[in-house]
Design a protein around this ligand. Structure first.
Ligand code: PEP
Ligand code: MN
Length: 334
């Protein structure tokens, strides 16, 4: 809309869109007011039917399948605020902790060491999506209770995965951030329910999904009015099998170009091996990631899962020191 447009003019555009059976979302920013017109057949409508309306400055076709996650819809970077921690600003937000919550001692010790080294969000899985039905699937609600206790004791917001729409209410009772895992990136029913919860979300990239599919999945969350979306690159499957996955470092600047959403990187699942994690983490910060999600276990040798890719407390402490230097050199801080 033109600068200085009136609410009546905006409403005129909204009503015209609705009369054509189209969906609408408003982005009423301080400088720019944007009306996104949504529908599967917008490609067949001439843009002039909106361009002629009073107050309209310009009609831009967004031919990409995602709309709400796009930079055309919102030009300024989005910030996601979690208990006083902002993701998408100058600070590189480090989220760390074990793959799975195993018991009270393990989680509290993990929380203590990651906090001491400067992490500002604690991670830990209570519901684990496993490739095999016979593997450990997490402590479920008793794990969430431990997580809530760790948050209280250490003053760290917590991120944990939700794998099923039916558990969204339960997980949201305990978690500051809901994580949608790689295997669920295109579980559209789950995305819609998580969107309705209005809780901040970490949306991991499906390991066989393109950036376009990933941003289109983010639209499911945004379409429910949940704009607290953080994307997480965690590696994709390619022909290369020397690491667990191939970290797509390109996706960071690509996301920055095409989307307003913050993007963090999980070097642990990409690496699959603790020795590879620090280099990938450093590269991510250098490439402009807004944060990291790192697996740290007080004693990786005893971990029930993902021990091989988990950092020890001392490895994590060293990595955080290195990351501080890199962050500074790209005009950020940790
Ligand atoms: C996790 O973060 O523990 C996890 C299962 O990650 P992903 O969904 O990326 O495999
Ligand atoms: Mn894991």
């Amino acid at each position: 809309m033109r600068t200085g447009t009136t609410p009546g003019e905006i409403d005129g555009v909204v009503q015209r869109a609705k009369s054509l059976g189209l969906g609408v979302q408003l982005n009423l920013g301080t400088n720019k007011q944007v009306v996104a017109i949504l529908g599967s057949n917008t490609g067949q409508l001439p843009t002039d039917i909106f361009a002629v309306l009073p107050g309209v400055e310009r009609v831009t076709r967004i031919m990409r399948p995602y709309k709400l996650a796009s930079r055309e819809f919102k030009t300024e970077n989005s910030l996601v605020s979690i208990g006083g921690v902002e993701v998408g600003g100058k600070r590189v937000v480090v989220m760390a902790g074990p793959c799975a919550i195993e018991n009270e001692k393990q989680l509290m010790e993990a929380a203590r060491v990651v906090k001491k080294s400067g992490a500002c969000v604690l991670r830990g899985g209570a519901f684990k999506p496993r490739t095999s039905p016979f593997s450990f699937h997490g402590l479920e609600e008793s794990g969430l209770e431990l997580l809530a206790r760790a948050r209280e004791q250490f003053g760290l917001p917590v991120v944990t995965e939700v794998v099923d729409s039916h558990d969204v209410g339960l997980v949201a009772k305990y978690a500051d951030i809901l994580q949608v895992g790689s295997r669920n990136m295109q579980n559209f029913a789950l995305l819609t329910t998580v969107g309705k919860s209005k809780r901040p979300v970490v949306l991991k990239r499906g390991f066989s999904c393109t950036v376009t599919e990933w941003l289109t999945a983010a639209d499911y969350l945004l379409a429910e009015g949940n704009n607290q979306v953080i994307l997480c690159e965690r590696g994709i499957r390619t022909f290369e099998d020397s690491a667990r996955f191939s970290l797509d470092i390109c996706s960071i600047p690509v996301i920055k170009r095409f989307s307003h959403l913050p993007v963090i990187v999980d070097p642990s699942h990409a690496a699959g091996h603790y020795s590879l994690v620090p280099a990938i983490a450093r590269a991510a910060v250098a490439a402009g990631a807004d944060g990291l999600l790192i697996e740290v276990h007080p004693n990786p040798k005893e971990a029930l899962m993902d021990g091989l890719q988990s950092l020890t407390p001392s490895d994590f402490a060293r990595l955080m020191e290195e990351l501080r230097l890199i962050a500074e050199s790209v005009n950020r801080y940790i």
